[in-house]
Design a protein around this ligand. Structure first.
Ligand code: HEM
Length: 211
């Protein structure tokens, strides 16, 4: 199958699932900060304007509602990514040598971007955030139902450890989001391609040639 210029940068399912997932993740972060404020683990709380839900109960309601959206969207995205070959072709990170080369280019602001192919840094970030989100959901379930899902909480070493891992995953997702949005600002045409059908800029070379 030709995966070159005639191919869309992002398929319709990826575009739909990206925006549903992004909205759910942002709601979960902001409502999570509301829940954290009720019993802070660290010596600070988040300003009210950065939180969602208005109070602890409202924060929990938002967090759990967005969690089911993220859960369903995430399962659909994982199934699509695995069975359509999207993960293997577009997201699987290349060899460390290529990642280091792309990272070096990125830090010197000379890493180019072609619509239709992710560079080594993007692949590492996307694969990383997918794994981090999975861990955030699973640790979240384990601290939501520590009695019913006691085996899961136990797997993470108990409630306090599971909560710390959950908060660490949140920090990693926020870190990803800052870099992700900076890259979108640097390459604004990628935003158009995630919103509308835009043709890939690749010549007829197979996608994934970054490897
Ligand atoms: C709300 C602001 C966001 C914007 C404007 C945005 C924008 C984009 C754009 C433009 C791309 C395509 C990049 C390219 O073609 O080079 C992309 C891909 C991606 N974004 Fe976002 N994004 C946002 C939020 C998020 C969030 C919250 C997450 C998850 C934590 C996320 C995860 C991803 C992933 C995993 C991909 C790769 C999708 C794939 O090809 O399967 N994004 N995003």
């Amino acid at each position: 199958m030709d995966r070159g210029r005639n191919h869309l940068t992002h398929s319709l399912p990826v575009r739909i699932m990206h925006w549903i997932g992004a909205t759910a993740v942002i709601c979960m972060i902001l409502s999570g900060w509301q829940i954290y404020n009720a019993s802070p683990l660290l010596p600070f709380t988040f300003p009210r304007w950065m939180t969602l839900g208005g109070w602890l109960g409202g924060g929990i309601a938002w967090h759990l509602s967005a969690m089911w959206v993220l859960f369903a969207d995430g399962l659909a995205y994982l199934a699509y990514g695995i069975f359509s070959g999207h993960f293997r072709r577009d997201i699987l990170p290349p060899r460390p040598k290529i990642i280091l080369r792309d990272l070096d280019d990125a830090l010197q602001f000379r890493l180019g971007h072609q619509l239709g192919s992710y560079n080594g840094v993007q692949r590492l970030l996307y694969m990383g955030v997918i794994i981090v989100i999975c861990l955030a959901v699973v640790t979240g379930l384990s601290i939501w139902k520590p009695v019913q899902l006691g085996w899961l909480t136990g797997l993470f070493g108990g409630y306090p450890v599971a909560r710390t891992i959950h908060l660490t995953m949140m920090v990693l997702i926020v870190g990803f989001l800052i870099i992700h949005l900076a890259l979108v600002i640097l390459f604004p045409r990628t935003l158009v391609s995630m919103l509308a059908p835009v043709r890939s800029e690749l010549n007829n070379a197979p996608r994934g040639s970054v490897r």
